[in-house]
Design a binder for this molecule. Structure first.
Ligand SMILES: [Zn+2]
Length: 481
């Protein structure tokens, strides 16, 4: 794996430190990391297109972060998920209107996330379609709101890259880099949300609508309110977010309650048991054909099982989340599938989530029952290396040597000693930019780059410099059609 093309700032730093210059030989802009190239290539797959799945099933990919599908029934249309906003949904409806002029008779929400429910009003205009969901829709978003929790919105914006300028965004791993038109696209209810008119509690509800039969099947996984839709006549399964072409986001770094990993695998198993011929994911392009469908769902289920089983085994052996996150590696026969590459979720985050999902925050090592405060630890570390100046020098050396993670950790000690240290903020921002460019996982990459921008702004205001700031951290995300 290549280290990123060095910025002018880092190159100067290397020269100043007398570091070997071979690492700085790349010219700015001429070489991209493997991770950057692979993520850029993903954008092609995420392109906007109305994909025909069967003669009466179509999926709009790339019109909105989430897919919107339509089943053309005998008397009307069944719309599966609605995109993030009414403006996106209107464009999808226009595309559907090139296929059929039948009225929308039903809308199905596969789960309560805003990128799947926020466009509903556009499909409900001028008619009163049935709106179906499992009971308890968006329990996660409601729980955050009732706790008064708001930090999830800032973390969500970092994960989504919503505050980054366009040139720093590639895609979101499973979607093109849209910007939301409301503050909480993951949990909040957008203007276009329409309350369900029909909900169900049982495992499977078979309904007749628009002259066709569809099955709505409870499928907890990415969310507890998830369902998959089975259209038996055409043998199509609409998976919601329990499947997309990326390593599953078993834990979102914006923060979320435990996603039941075992239930997730079991939900995929139930989809497999339907023996589908086509798979329509919640994001990314449909998989067409029985072999592709079976191969993808089987490998996805097996990958989730693998991480779960290995984590539980390690936990029983007394290993900590830090150890397990480093030690558990997805086997090569699963890694060979591009739909299991870590574009969106990351296996290590899943491992940590399984640990804390079952055992909570305590890693089992009594050292960590009452650890030193961050400032207390930093004071001792600084003492050990010969004072804060030596610590700063060590952080810069780590950065110059390409050990960006260590540089970030040392910068955290410096900031624990002096939270206003502009030098430490700059070191940490430099480190995050290196880490970002070497990470395939778009959510983590966006998070690094957003925090790097936040640090640079803070450093600038500490240094009292006057400069233009391209994005105001207090401003809401910019809307975009
Ligand atoms: Zn989604």
């Amino acid at each position: 794996m290549k280290i990123r093309t060095l910025s002018a700032r880092t190159a100067l730093l290397l020269l100043a430190l007398g570091a070997p210059t071979s690492a700085a030989a790349d010219t700015e802009g001429t070489s991209k990391t493997e991770a950057t190239q692979k993520l850029e290539a993903k954008s092609l797959e995420l392109r906007r297109e109305l994909v025909q799945v069967t003669p009466r099933v179509f999926t709009a990919v790339g019109f909105s972060p989430g897919n919107v599908s339509v089943i053309v029934g005998k008397t009307g249309l069944v719309v599966v998920d609605t995109g993030m906003s009414p403006s996106h949904a209107k464009e999808v409806l226009d595309a559907f209107r090139t296929i059929s002029s039948l009225p929308v008779e039903a809308i199905i929400y596969t789960h309560g996330h805003g990128d799947h429910t926020g466009g509903a009003s556009a499909f409900a205009e001028g008619a009163k379609p049935q709106v179906w969901a499992r009971s308890g829709l968006n329990a996660e978003g409601r729980a955050f709101a009732s706790a008064g929790l708001t930090i999830n919105q800032l973390r969500g914006a970092r994960q989504g890259g919503f505050r980054l300028p366009d040139e720093k965004r590639i895609n979101n791993g499973v979607a093109l880099p849209f910007r939301p038109d409301h503050a909480d696209p993951f949990g909040g209810e957008a203007s276009g949300f329409v309350e369900p008119t029909h909900t169900f509690d049982e495992q499977r509800r078979e309904i007749q609508v628009a002259g066709i039969e569809i099955h709505l099947v409870a499928a907890p996984g990415e969310t507890s309110d998830g369902l998959y839709l089975w259209f038996p006549a055409d043998r199509v399964v609409f998976t919601g977010d329990n499947f997309y072409r990326s390593w599953p986001n078993l834990y979102p770094i914006r923060g979320a309650p435990y996603r039941d990993v075992q239930a997730w695998a079991a939900s995929i198993d139930r989809m497999l048991a339907e023996n589908p011929e086509h798979v329509v994911p919640g994001h990314t392009r449909p998989l067409l054909g029985r072999d592709a469908a079976r191969e993808a769902l089987t490998a996805y289920r097996d990958a989730i099982h693998y991480v779960f089983d290995e984590t539980i085994k390690g936990m029983n052996a007394g290993l900590s989340p830090d150890q397990l996150a480093h030690e558990i590696q997805v086997p090569a026969e699963l890694r060979k599938h591009d739909f299991l590459a870590a574009y969106y979720g990351h296996p290590a985050w899943g491992v940590r989530s399984i640990f804390s999902g079952y055992l909570g925050w305590f890693d089992g090592n009594a050292t960590n029952l009452f650890p030193l405060s961050p400032a207390g630890e930093a004071r001792r570390i600084a003492q050990l290396v010969g004072g804060p100046d030596a610590l700063r020098q060590a952080a810069r050396q780590a950065l110059a040597a390409g050990d960006a993670q260590w540089a970030a950790q040392l910068a955290d000690h410096l900031l624990a000693l002096d939270e206003a240290s502009a030098a430490a903020m700059e070191i940490k921002a430099d480190a995050f930019e290196v880490l970002a460019e070497n990470l395939l996982t778009a959510t983590g990459r966006n998070y690094y780059l957003t925090q790097a921008d936040e640090l640079r702004r803070a450093a600038k205001s500490q240094a009292g410099a006057v400069g233009t700031i391209h994005v105001d951290s207090a401003a809401p995300p910019q809307g975009r059609p």
